[in-house]
Design a protein around this ligand. Structure first.
Ligand SMILES: Nc1ncnc2c1ncn2[C@@H]1O[C@H](COP(=O)(O)OP(=O)(O)OP(=O)(O)O)[C@@H](O)[C@H]1O
Length: 259
């Protein structure tokens, strides 16, 4: 479903992505893990056709994100933390508006809203104006808006941050239900428990490089750790040590920096 090959992106002289490659399949939740600044959002923005990479390719269901960006936009739903809701519109009006942007008829929109009401428990949110939404209500509408056209791929960038335990639970359950419907969910976070709970596989990004990928069990086995958080630390630490060793080598120093 998703093929990423050798993606690189620089901001000026800064390399935000370096030769990132991975693939993800329909019917799985694929996690993207990384510390702040690792390049997760940059990668997701490329996949969402919002940012041009310097080199490399990404294809979704066989469509190139650069050359066929319009087609790709119809195949994805994106939740990236930006709420951007029209205060004066009710939840239902917001969803109808976005359905219209995707070319859906009013009848199609209303049928889809009913289906989303059942899975996201939108209830009063549909009739309430956005100005009166709680954070949890906002998040539900943002998710419903992202999948109003029933896209085969859902991209979530730190979507659970700032949510209380109930709203977070609703989000994770929705992710699992979306996967069960045979969709691909790309789930970016730095909260390990979320990855352990919903991700089938995950990739670890560090300073723009993909340094490991696999199932949670695979990442634990690779690092010899008992929790994903420990595995994550171990991977980053091993990478930092490797970088120091390379620097030492380049400068002709003994390992550890001795002259
Ligand atoms: N428009 C930009 N111009 C310059 N540098 C940028 C720009 N956008 C991001 N960066 C830098 O690129 C690096 C990767 O940023 P990115 O937002 O992709 O990381 P992230 O993994 O999503 O981090 P976080 O978890 O903090 O959101 C960071 O060092 C960031 O400062």
């Amino acid at each position: 479903m998703l093929q990423v090959e050798n993606l690189s992106k620089t901001y000026g002289a800064f390399r935000a992505l370096r030769d990132v490659s991975f693939s993800a399949q329909a019917g799985e939740v694929f996690g993207l893990l990384g510390p702040n600044g690792a390049g997760k959002t940059t990668l997701l923005r490329v996949l969402a056709t919002l940012l041009r990479p310097d080199s490399g390719t990404a294809t979704l269901a066989g469509h190139d994100v650069l050359r066929e960006s319009e087609t790709v936009r119809g195949l994805i739903g994106v939740v990236n933390g930006g709420m951007g809701l029209y205060d004066r519109l009710s939840g239902r009006e917001i969803l109808r508006y976005f359905a219209g942007l995707y070319g859906m008829t009013r009848a199609q929109a209303d049928a889809r809203i009913e289906a989303l009401n059942a899975s996201l428990d939108l209830e009063s949110t549909l009739a309430t104006r956005a100005a009166g939404f709680s954070t949890g209500m906002k998040q539900k509408i943002v998710i419903a808006r992202a999948v109003i056209h029933d896209p085969p791929v859902l991209i979530l960038d730190e979507a659970a941050s700032g949510l209380d335990v109930l709203a977070r639970r609703a989000l994770l359950d929705f992710v699992l239900a979306y996967r069960a419907a045979g969709r691909l969910v790309i789930y970016s976070t730095h909260v390990m428990s979320e990855v352990e709970e919903v991700c089938d596989r995950a990739a670890v990004l560090d300073r723009g490089e993909l340094i490991a990928q696999g199932t949670v069990q695979g990442l634990l086995a690779e690092t010899g750790q008992t929790s994903l958080e420990r595995a994550f630390f171990a991977l980053l630490q091993a990478r930092a040590l490797q970088d120091h060793a390379l620097q030492d080598q380049a400068l002709g120093r003994a390992p550890g920096g001795a002259a």
